[in-house]
Ligand binder design. Structure first.
Ligand code: ARG
Length: 456
């Protein structure tokens, strides 16, 4: 007999039982479900629905159930649909008092409670994982602070930058995700319990007491919203999707940088895999999987949007489908953060190839134009002159610094011998001054500030 079986003449079709069961995935919520039930039972005693003995029997039973689930002896069955019915049914087997636990409560406010507790925990874990990555990135930037590399736009060599500045570029994107995780945590931080199925209860539940007991910042304001609302899941999964998107862009760069074509970094053996056919291969699978899994996390987010957009107010069973994408998105982001932390920590920066690439290019054309600009040539004209210099060099197969001064002077009489020092790639990294620019001074300041922020 199902807990809701009273009005039914016949049992559920076994196919529907299998089709509707969520226990295979929502069992993950058992600890949060038990935590919520204990708080509910304690409150029911406080308002006189349970005697002290009944409450104690319920709490004892719930503790035993937790141990049974943890040790693998708990009996699971599709017939009991979800984690809530499993725990309640088992509790009633253990104590008659269990029959009073569901007073003033519905699975609708219960599932919202469980998921809010779960999401808050997961977001805290994600933030720890994110902070660990941020620390490693700052550490790496600091260690390799003097390395120069080409910075790219359109995947073409654009301007020389410190490698540390490049790495911190990705760092700041991920730092913003930390704020997003905290914002998602705040969204989840409302107690829905006490909203019942959708309308609350005639039983004088003390929601404020339960709120304090479970550590929520506030109680939900509207019982219908409370059971229909999945914004906290959207916010959490969106934060995870942003983290994945940032990690995926970083992974894409690092995959390119490990290729022989770039040769900018090397990953340790333990973070790469080989080929079953080609003995020489060392593949960046870890990073490729970060990029690939991002696709699935985006799928989780879009799936949730689709799930919610047409739902009539308030609870509908469709909402059961929110769990798997949520679990998947949050777990994947957590794992991806750990993998990326290992990759950044373990990678070797191949300074020689990076600096060679930064030197063997026409990137100093920018400084060539700026040299003239500082001497009073309108930038647009200076741009044209530097462009002409590049064209000439390309024609004769040399780099800008090999151009004879006499030829440069033909393009502009303002060029002097000091131009060759001025256009050395490393010089720009010393001379750039504007706040946040790709210069050694600025990156040093940034590293100091971020070390402080991270408590390093
Ligand atoms: N397993 C359900 C879910 O995940 C719990 C709530 C069930 N409520 C209901 N009215 N059938 O959404």
């Amino acid at each position: 007999m199902k807990p809701w079986g009273g009005r039914f003449k016949e049992g559920t079709d076994p196919l529907l039982e299998r089709f509707s069961a969520s226990i295979d995935f929502d069992r993950k919520l058992y600890r949060h479900d038990i935590k919520g039930s204990k708080a509910h039972a304690e409150m029911l005693e406080k308002i006189g629905i349970l005697t002290k003995a009944e409450r104690n029997a319920i709490v004892k039973g719930l503790n035993e159930i937790e141990k049974e689930i943890e040790s693998g002896t708990f009996p699971f069955s599709d017939a009991l649909e979800d984690i809530h019915m499993h725990i309640e049914t088992r509790l009633i087997e253990k104590t008659e008092a269990g029959k009073k636990l569901h007073t003033g409560r519905s699975r609708n406010d219960q599932i919202s409670l469980d998921m809010r507790l779960f999401v808050k925990d997961e977001l805290e874990g994600l933030e720890e994982g994110l902070a660990a990555l941020l620390r490693v990135m700052v550490w790496k930037a600091d260690t390799e602070i003097s390395v120069m590399m080409p910075g790219y736009t359109h995947l073409q060599r654009a301007q020389a930058v410190p490698f540390s500045h490049y790495l911190l570029g990705h760092y700041y994107a991920l730092k913003r995700d930390r704020a997003r995780l905290r914002a998602a945590h705040a969204t989840a931080d409302a107690l829905p319990l006490g909203s019942g199925a959708l309308a609350g209860s005639t039983i004088p539940l003390d929601r404020e007491w339960v709120r304090k007991r479970l550590g929520f910042a506030r109680v939900s304001e509207n019982s219908m919203d409370a059971v229909a609302d999945r914004d906290f899941i959207m916010d959490a999964v969106f934060a995870a999707a942003m983290i994945m998107t940032h990690l995926s862009r970083l992974a894409e760069d690092l995959i390119l940088f490990t290729s022989q074509e770039y040769g900018f970094i090397a990953l340790p053996d333990k973070l790469t895999t080989g080929s079953s056919l080609m003995p020489h291969k060392k593949n960046p699978d870890a990073l490729e999987l970060v990029r690939g899994r991002t696709a699935r996390v985006l799928g989780d987010l879009f799936g949730l949007f689709a799930l919610l957009k047409g739902l009539p107010f308030t609870y509908n069973r469709d909402l059961q489908e929110d769990k798997e994408p949520m679990f998947h998105a949050l777990e994947t982001a957590r794992d991806a953060l750990s993998i990326m932390t290992l990759c950044i920590d373990g990678m070797t920066v191949l300074r020689h190839t990076m600096e060679k690439a930064a030197s063997e290019s026409f990137m100093p054309a920018v400084e060539l134009a700026e040299y003239l600009t500082i001497k009073g040539v309108p930038f647009r004209e200076a741009h044209g002159i530097a462009g002409a210099a590049v064209r000439e060099c390309e024609g004769s197969g040399i780099l800008l610094d090999r151009m004879p001064l006499a030829r440069l002077k033909k393009l502009s009489p303002l060029f002097e011998k000091d131009v060759f020092e001025y256009i050395k790639p490393r010089n720009a990294l010393r001379v750039r001054k504007s706040k946040g620019s790709a210069s050694f001074d600025e990156v040093k300041k940034a590293i100091d500030a971020e070390k402080k922020y991270l408590g390093l």
